[in-house]
Design a protein around this ligand. Structure first.
Ligand code: CTP
Ligand code: MG
Length: 180
């Protein structure tokens, strides 16, 4: 029971977990804000680029399609019914994860934090809130049946830990400038 809720929740979030990491690998080039400022600070900063955002979103959607292809055999092996992703849900989760991260950078700049500064809480949950909100918007019926209260609870508890863990690893590997 617990295993099936956890497995279902993490599987349902796969298209939202990948974009941020793909953006770290692909980032660079023109910043989304084009260097524009609001007051005396950047609108978003150099850490949010078109390339990172686009590649991140495409990576999330691609992973959803791969997940759809293997959900049957994997689910049978684990003994759990795993969720599938209609395209609208995949796009919502992936683009929403990137949008949440971008929105967080906007808030970080407004609160005086320079690029790369930590904002505990926001850093770990921005992309979750963005992903869930966009998926609910683009695929409401799918969202309601897929994200049961139990799965949402698992997502809220496990995601911050996963996020901290992957960022520490990316920092160790020299892919990221800060371990958050
Ligand atoms: N990245 C990107 N585009 C995005 C998100 C991330 O290009 N939409 C890349 C950037 O190279 C960025 C790196 O991934 O520097 C790490 O992402 P993140 O920690 O989100 O950005 P920060 O550089 O820390 O900037 P911020 O303070 O705005 O979060
Ligand atoms: Mg950062």
């Amino acid at each position: 029971m617990l295993v099936s809720v956890v497995a279902g929740a993490l599987w349902a979030m796969l298209p939202a977990y990948v974009p941020n990491n793909a953006a770290v690998l692909a980032g660079g080039g023109r910043p989304i804000d084009g260097g524009r400022t609001m007051g005396d600070r950047r609108l978003l900063g150099d850490g949010k680029t078109w390339r990172g955002t686009l590649v991140g979103t495409l990576a999330g959607v691609a992973l959803a399609l791969v997940a759809n292809g293997v959900a049957g055999p994997v689910g049978d092996t684990v003994g759990v019914a795993l969720p599938r992703f209609p395209l609208a849900a995949a796009v919502g989760l992936a683009a929403g994860a990137m949008a949440g991260d971008v929105a967080a950078s906007f808030l970080k700049r407004r609160s005086g934090r320079e690029r790369g500064a930590a904002f505990p809480g926001l850093d770990q949950l921005d992309f979750v809130v963005g992903a869930l909100a966009c998926a609910a918007l683009l695929a409401g019926g799918w969202f309601a049946t897929t994200f049961t209260p139990g799965r949402l609870l698992v997502v809220a508890v496990v995601t911050p830990a996963l996020h901290v863990g992957t960022n520490v690893v990316a920092y160790w590997l020299g892919l990221k400038d800060e371990p958050w």
